[in-house]
Structures are given as C-alpha cells and as structure tokens.
Design a binder for this molecule. Structure first.
Ligand code: NAP
Ligand code: MG
Length: 497
C-alpha cells in the first residue's frame, strides 16, 4: 500500500503542533500536568499525547475569555471591519494549510485524505470567509412603535455579543465543527472556549495556532482538549453566558440541565438524526441510487445527517436495493491515507461495537443484510451495510447508528410515506427523489426536518442555515440565522421630550 504521504511527513506535521491547551493566547500544560493519547483508528496506534484539560483548566480558560470580553479589552474596542479581517485571514491560513489539515483529519478521525482535502477543509475555510463578512453586517433596527406617540419616543435595537461562549464539538468532522462554532462567535464579537472531542484533538490545535497568527487577541479563543468532564465543567460554569454544543442527543440533555442549574445560560444544540430519504418511482433512479448511497456511506456514515432510513416506492424497490447493495460492495474500505480508499475506519473500538451491534440486531429482527462484516483484523473497519426489508419497529430503524448502515423499506402510496418518514424523534435531515416538481415540494413541505434535500444529499453551504427540528436540536448554525445564537437584542427607548 502506497500512502499519500510518508511517515516522515506525518511525524513532521503531528510533531510541529502544540500539544498543549490554548489559554489566554499561550500554550500551556494542563494544571494537573496530565496528558492523554489520541489514536489513529486505522492502525490503532498512538498518534500523539495532548494535554488533558479538566475543570481547573476550564476555569482558567473561562477567566481568560471573560477578561478578553471586558469593556475596554482590545477585542471589544476593535473596529468590526478589523474583526472581520482577522476571521478572513484565518480562512486564508486554513487554505494555506489545506494539506496539513487534511492529513491531521485523516490520521485522527480515519476519514479518507481526499475527503478531508476536498470537503472538510475547503468548507471550513469558506465558512470562515463567509462569517468574516458578517462582522460588519450585524445591525439592529429603528422600530416604528405601535401605541406610543412617534414624535415623543425614538426606539431602536442594538445587537450585542452574548458574551463568553462554551463550544463543545464531536469527533466526526472535527475541523469543520470547530470552524462552524468559532467563525460566527468571533464575527459576533464573543469570546470563546472550545472543547474538542477526546478522539480528535489535533486539527483544532493547528487552528488555534493559526488563529493567533491571524491576529485573534489573547483570551478571545481558548482551546481545551479533554474529555466529557471538561465539557460538563464548561456547561455548568457560572461565568459562561452561552453554550453551543454538537454531539449526541443524550449529552445534549445533560448540557441543558447543567446550563439551567448554574446560571441559566443560553443554549443551542446540534444533535443526532435518523434522517428519512424517500425515493419515488418517477425519480432518476441511477442518480437516486448514487446520491442515496452517498447519503449514508459518506464519512463512514458518521454523519448527523446520514440518510439512514430509506423508503422506496414498491415498483422500483428491488432495483434500488440491488443498486445500493452494489454501490456498498464497490466501496473500497481502508486506511484513509491510501489514495484508493473510499471509506475509512470507524472512530473507535466502542463505535465499532455499537455499529456492528446494530447490524446484528437488524439481522436478528429479520432484515436481509448486505455487507456488514468486519474488514481486516486491525483498525475499526466495517463494510458498508444495507439492511433490506426493514420494519418500523426494528431497533436499527428507530435508533441512530452513526455508522455506514442504511435500513431500506418499500412503500406503496405518497399519502402514507410522509407520516412514516416523520415517525422519529429526530428531525435533522430528510430527502426526496422524484421528477415531479409538485410532489417534490409537497413532500419537502410536509417533512419535519431542518434540511430537506430534493434530488440530492449532503449539499451544504456556509450561507444556508442548518439545524434540527424535534430532538435534533435547538437553533441553527451557518447563514445569517446562526447569529441568533450569539447575539443579544437590546432595546433602547428614548423620550425626546
Ligand atoms: P457526544 O458523546 O455527545 O460528544 C460530543 C462532545 O461532548 C464531545 O466533545 C464530548 O467529550 C462532550 N461531552 C461528553 N459528555 C459531556 C457532558 N456530560 N457534558 C458536556 N460535554 C460532554 O457525541 P459523539 O460521540 O462525539 O458524536 C456522536 C453523536 O453526535 C451522534 O449522536 C451524532 O448524531 C451527533 N452529531 C450531531 C451533529 C449535528 O450537527 N447535529 C454533528 C455531529 C455529530 P468526549 O469527546 O470526551 O466524549
Ligand atoms: Mg484519534
């Protein structure tokens, strides 16, 4: 196997990173002096040891973020355009380090190098570039009042940064999630403490270094690598104004409780999904098969918007199942640094066991299984899997798997399929494939999800709001809509006398 880079280059990129915490513009060890190891899930080998941030470090990071948010601090006095330029420069620096980031994401998460290079890193840079423009475009309004004498009162709103943010991210798309969080927070004028996922701390460390180089003042962006307890300490910290979290619905609930229990901090959440994908018989079937395979298999299926429940109109059901099973078979599973790899390993042993457990439950409950085997004997590789002929009561249909496993079932009538598609506690993504534009929009309107794709899947843009209905979250990220998460509205009422 020839890898896209050699061992020397890996050592150089991983070795040149700081492996400490970024607090108040300085790289520091954890207060306890402890470190933890991050693994390459393809080889199960240790990539690096990084600082193990805990509650004490979280407290120092929050203090730094608070000081940087104080009235009169450089960040507060900085012209909005200057803030925008810093965020833009950070986007430029991310692109300048495209290959380093792609390598770190592939090594730490397992995803194919080409995917990180073509998708994760460019999207992160574009998000930062897009958000940089918002720094100068956050506006309040002058409001024509309802019951007041308009010649006596002048009323307007100011949009102000919410304050010190805690931003907690997962391991599946680490760099992009970090960018989604810090880009708008900085554009809004907030200060922040970012907590990376325990499995994937590395790309955020490079991002932190570049943020300093771009001119982000000390204390404005702090990065704590650590475990769930560090996230919990942030969510409960009485001097944090706002927590934004991406991860599981289960941890999302804990965040809400912790946030309410301390100081009733503001909360926004991007949580899990079990996204339905509906293919009607009149669709372009070849495209529907390719896009639906991509919907579930991209990023090893470790995607909150994975199209994991597929419903296919009866007359094309066999053709679609055969087509997706064939696509699954043709996906080359392997080391993310092998240029031929289309799908990397799952993130961890725990995730491997979870995913294969769901595949077993599908088989036990009567689904026809295509794929589903372990690949190789080292690394957390599992073959892309189709569970065909599934029923709504099956565990693998009801629960989020967060792996490359799609449940496929036939349907007979348009009127029945939308209630079935909506029959989930989640509401993050959904999709519909049809050539009939009326049917497409009718279905899109009825699907209860934050994003509905029509004749495509996995298309994202920094300008387009993203988030969940129901238990998939609170609030939206990206687009102008994200600023609802990071701004307070102040109403100023003046008696002109
Ligand atoms: P997770 O266990 O919820 O972890 C997410 C983050 O929260 C990690 O940084 C984690 O630290 C931290 N954390 C764990 N316990 C915490 C606590 N009690 N308080 C505060 N923070 C805590 O999720 P995951 O396993 O990393 O990711 C998989 C899940 O995330 C899936 O369910 C998936 O759907 C969801 N997800 C959603 C989106 C979205 O945009 N909606 C995107 C990606 C993933 P540790 O790393 O130490 O556990
Ligand atoms: Mg790792």
């Amino acid at each position: 196997m020839t890898l896209v880079v050699d061992k020397t280059r890996i050592d150089e990129v991983v070795g040149s990173l700081s492996h400490q915490l970024l607090i108040n513009g300085e790289w520091v060890d954890a207060a306890s002096g402890r470190t933890f190891e991050t693994l390459n899930p393809a080889s199960e080998e240790v990539l690096a040891s990084v600082a193990h941030g805990e509650a004490e470090d979280v407290d120092l990071a929050v203090r730094a973020a608070r000081a940087a948010f104080e009235e009169g601090a450089p960040w507060r006095r900085m012209p909005h355009g200057e803030r925008g330029k810093i965020i833009h420069r950070l986007g430029d620096l991310v692109l300048e380090h495209l290959e380093d980031f792609a390598l770190l994401e592939s090594l730490d998460n397992g995803k194919p190098y080409w995917a990180a290079e073509a998708v994760d890193v460019p999207l992160a840079a574009d998000l930062l570039h897009y958000m940089s423009g918002w720094a100068t475009k956050i506006e309040g309004s002058t409001i024509p009042t309802s019951g007041l004498d308009p010649t006596q009162y002048l009323s307007f709103t100011l949009k102000e940064p919410v304050g010190v943010c805690a931003q907690i991210i997962p391991w599946n798309i680490p760099l992009l999630m970090a960018a989604w969080k810090i880009g708008p927070a900085l554009a809004a004028g907030c200060t922040t403490v970012l907590k990376t996922a325990e499995q994937t701390p590395l790309s955020a460390l490079l991002l932190g270094e570049l943020a300093m180089r771009a001119g982000v003042p000390a204390g404005v962006l702090n990065i704590v690598t650590g475990f769930g307890d560090a996230g919990a300490a942030l969510a409960a910290h009485p001097d944090v104004d706002k927590v934004t979290f991406t991860g599981s619905t289960e941890v999302g609930r804990k965040i809400v409780k912790a946030a309410a229990g301390s100081n009733l901090k503001k909360v926004s959440l991007e949580l899990g999904g079990k996204s339905p994908n509906v293919i009607f018989a009149d669709a372009d079937i070849d495209k529907a098969i390719t896009d639906s395979a991509n919907a579930i298999f991209f990023n090893q299926g470790e995607s909150c918007v994975a199209g994991s429940r597929l419903y296919v109109e009866e007359s094309v059901y066999d053709e679609v199942v055969a087509g997706i099973a064939e696509q699954a078979r043709s996906i080359k599973v392997g080391d993310g640094l092998d240029p031929g790899t289309a799908m990397g390993p799952l993130i961890s042993q725990a995730q491997f066991e979870r995913v294969t457990g769901y595949i077993r439950s599908g088989r036990d409950e009567g689904a026809v299984v295509h794929g589903g085997d372990r690949v190789g004997d080292r690394g957390y590789f599992v073959a892309p899997t189709v569970l065909a002929g599934t029923r709504e009561d099956m565990t693998a249909v009801r629960e989020e798997i967060f792996g490359p496993v799609v449940a496929v079932a036939p349907f007979s009538a348009e009127s029945d399929i939308v209630p079935t598609a909506n029959n989930t506690n989640y509401g993050l993504g959904a999709g519909v494939f049809t050539r009939d534009i009326s049917k497409a929009y009718r279905t899109a309107r009825r699907l209860r999800a934050g994003t509905v794709w029509v004749n495509t899947w996995n298309v994202f843009d920094a300008s387009l709001p993203f988030g969940g209905y129901k238990e998939s979250g609170w609030g939206r990220e990206m687009g102008g809509a994200v600023f609802d998460n990071y701004l307070e509205t102040k109403t100023v009422i003046t008696d002109l006398g």
